[in-house]
Design a protein around this ligand. Structure first.
Ligand code: FAD
Length: 311
């Protein structure tokens, strides 16, 4: 969990001195909100826990910052392509807008994207790499959340030639080395990290056994359909199974939600999950029941990681 948080912090350029600020306001809030129950002993205990975590995170984050290609984790990038991906997603391709050294990204990683909103405020969101298009290029695919703030701005306002601030690539859910089999299970826009892993395997001409499982509402909504189908076809030992909530006549897909009931998980497979939390909870339980050990099940959460806190 700490590694996951450290990666997110680094993508936001969080620095050690900010832990003092968080401590101050968090503890002022605790003192105010819990004034009837809080005692000096409780404050001391929480202070100790806070700083234990903070120092562990500062150490992890310092390692991540120093492994990057430059001291500037955030840099301007210019949009060089903006293409529709399915019916409600857009793929952005960006190139460096200055000479900040570029930290290479690993398949499965994400960047933080800072967007200037119409009111002048800057908002930050994370987007997973969705393809590999050279070391000096970042590619991400964002699905429109019409009720959200940043994805509508990206879809509506950001055009070719515009600059966005991007972080160095972060995230510890990346393609494992070796030749053991892989299961890439995704739902909806959760296909982006799977697609980047798949593209990287195709680029390498990998012979690994890869089982791609994807769930979507309709075939047309599958954002990276062409890219993923192309890469599955290129790979020697890749197969794909699709689940559609609303299949049309002729779609080669299972009906409804994804289920592993009739799926043969390859021996020694590592399983990568990405999609809404209920999807990942269900798939994780099913993978465990199929005999996949917990340490070989990896997942990326497209939001605050409430899974660990709630499980
Ligand atoms: C590691 C990571 C990787 C990601 N990769 C991708 C990716 O590859 N592609 C992609 O499309 N997305 C990805 N995401 C998700 C992305 O970062 C954004 O969360 C997403 O684009 C929505 O952002 P938004 O600003 O449009 O919506 P937001 O403004 O963040 O709102 C999201 C939703 O919450 C609702 N909401 C907001 N405030 C409240 C409230 N107070 N109460 C109730 N509901 C509320 C909004 O109405 C909206 O429906 C990723 C996230 C993470 C953490």
């Amino acid at each position: 969990m700490l590694s996951r948080i450290a990666h997110k912090h680094v993508s936001l350029d969080i620095r050690p001195e900010q832990y003092d600020v968080v401590y101050q306001y968090l503890f002022e809030a605790i003192a105010e909100e819990l004034s009837e129950v809080i005692t000096p002993e409780i404050v001391d205990a929480w202070t100790e826990v806070y700083w234990l975590m903070a120092h562990a995170l500062i150490k992890l984050e310092s390692g991540l910052y120093s492994a990057a290609a430059s001291d500037h984790p955030l840099a301007p990038w210019v949009v060089v392509a903006k293409e529709a991906a399915g019916i409600d997603a857009v793929t952005f391709t960006l190139e460096p807008a200055d000479d900040t050294p570029v930290t290479p990204s690993l398949p499965g990683q994400y960047v933080s994207v800072t967007v200037r909103m119409p009111d002048g405020i800057h908002q930050v969101r994370q987007y997973s790499r969705s393809a590999s298009a050279g070391t000096d290029t970042r590619v991400f695919t964002t699905r429109l959340d019409a009720d959200g703030e940043v994805s509508p701005a990206l879809h509506r306002d950001v055009q070719i030639g515009d600059q966005l601030i991007l972080s160095n690539p972060c995230g510890d859910i990346t393609l494992s080395t070796g030749d053991s089999p892989l299961v890439l299970a995704s739902a909806g826009i959760g296909c982006t990290p799977s697609a980047s892993i798949l593209r990287s395997l195709a680029d390498q001409g990998s012979r690994r056994e890869v089982l791609v499982l994807h769930a979507e509402s309709t075939l047309e909504r599958w954002a990276l359909r062409d890219q993923m189908l192309e890469d599955v076809a290129l790979l020697e030992a890749a197969e794909l199974e699709l689940w559609l909530e609303v299949p049309s006549d002729g779609d080669e897909a299972h009906d409804g939600f994804m289920s592993l009931a009739n799926v043969a998980i390859p021996e020694n497979a590592s399983v990568y999950l990405c999609g809404p939390l209920p999807f990942m909870r269900s798939l994780r339980s099913q993978a465990l029941e199929s005999g996949v050990p917990a340490e070989r099940i990896h997942y990326e959460v497209f939001g605050p990681d409430l899974w660990l806190a709630g499980s």
